[in-house]
Each structure stands twice: as C-alpha cells, then as structure tokens.
Write a protein that binds this ligand. Structure first.
Ligand code: 5GP
Length: 208
C-alpha cells in the first residue's frame, strides 16, 4: 500500500515573503523537501547554486526542456524557470512531501497534471507594503521593481483559484498557517492508510 507524499504549491508576488516562509516551514516540519528549480536568471548576492536555484545557461535549459526533464516551466520576468520532474516524482514516491515555489502559470500547469496538489497563495498585506519590501530588500533595480509590481497586480487576481490563502502580515503566524495546511493534508484518509490499516487489523483479529 503506497502512501505518496503531498505536493504543496506556493505562489505569491515577488517580495511577499514566500521564500522565508517556505524555508522556515521546510526547516521545522520534517518529511518535506523544497523543490529547487532551474533558472536562467542571474544569481543574486548570497544565492548558492543548488540551494535557491540551479543556475543554468539558456542552452542548458533548452536541452533539459528538449529532454522532457521539467514537470512545468515558464518564462517569468524574461528568464526561464523550470521544476525538475525527476526530483518531485521521486520524493513523492518515497512518501516525502514536496513544496514548490512557482508562479501562477506553473501552479496551474502542475495542478492540471496532478489534481491532488494543494495550491496555496501568499498575499502581502497591501500593495504599498509590497512596494516597500521590494525597494527595501535592495536586490533589484527600479525597472525590475516596476515590472514585478505590474506583474503582481495581475497575479493577485488569481488568488481565488487557489485552495488556501495566507496573508503574510507576520512571518511567525504565516509559518503556523502553512504548517497547519500541510499537517491537515497529512491527516487525510488517503495519506493515513498505511499507518491506519495495521491498527484497524488489530481490532479485526479480536473476534469474540
Ligand atoms: P525570483 O527570480 O524572484 O526568485 O522568482 C521569480 C518568480 O519565478 C517567482 O514568482 C517564483 O515563484 C517563480 N518561479 C521560481 N521557480 C519557478 C519554477 O520552477 N517554475 C515556475 N513556473 N515559476 C518559478
């Protein structure tokens, strides 16, 4: 009896605090892995190959694409991003939950292929706060910030298509909420069968 892991897809406008949220949850929940995407975008200060992303060239990305290595891929802000099919499948197969951080196009593409995936949208508290966070983190130039804000205005309209919404006013509270979503999914009957069946059989043996 196989218990596949759960696939949790996290989307949010850039600057919503989604990366910190994902990192904290993966660090303190256990039995959940973050899917590290491949991207052709330039590495930001502090980012490490294989940690935040696998940084690849455009030809390398296209070669992987031709080899059907991506579960989904998208062009976001002029760069390519893709999710490794092999990583996601092997973790789920081994019973481990997987957390994906993908844009809304990626979220819907994955959910078409895997309808059981749980879609979580992270909302920043307001447009103004998102703008302040994007400027405050000092990672992008003005043009990039404007593009990200414009895309955020479009992306945010899709939140109702997700299963859950987390309003990220306070990181600690958002961590609790995302953990609650993941823990609840682990308690679903289909996720508990492997452990529940042996318990149930001990009752069936006791025929009076
Ligand atoms: P950033 O460059 O700020 O790290 O990410 C930009 C956007 O790309 C974010 O919305 C992020 O969710 C999205 N993204 C990151 N990895 C993937 C991926 O593998 N597939 C898709 N579709 N989007 C991704």
């Amino acid at each position: 009896m196989s218990n596949r892991g759960n696939l949790i897809i996290l989307s949010a406008p850039s600057g919503s605090g989604k990366t910190s949220l994902a990192e904290r949850v993966v660090r303190n929940l256990g039995n959940i892995r973050f899917s590290v995407s491949h991207t052709t975008r330039d590495r930001r200060e502090g980012e490490r190959h294989g940690h935040e992303y696998f940084f690849v060239s455009v030809p390398e990305f296209k070669e992987m694409l031709a080899g059907s290595e991506f579960l989904e891929w998208a062009e976001v802000y002029g760069n390519f991003y893709g999710t490794s099919r092999q990583f996601v499948e092997s973790q789920l197969e081994a019973g481990c939950d997987v957390l994906l951080d993908v844009d809304i196009q990626g979220a819907f593409r994955v959910s078409e292929q895997m309808p059981e995936a749980i879609l979580v949208f992270v909302l920043p508290p307001s447009y103004r706060e998102l703008e302040e966070r994007l400027r405050g983190r000092g990672l992008d130039n003005e043009e990039v910030i404007r593009t990200r804000l414009k895309i955020a205005r479009d992306e945010i309209k899709s939140y109702k298509k997700y299963d859950y919404v987390i309003i990220n006013r306070d990181l600690a509270q958002s961590v609790l909420e995302l953990k609650a979503v993941i823990l609840a999914s682990r308690c679903k009957v289909k996720s508990q069968i492997r452990e529940a069946e042996p318990i149930v059989s001990t009752f069936l043996e006791k025929q009076i």
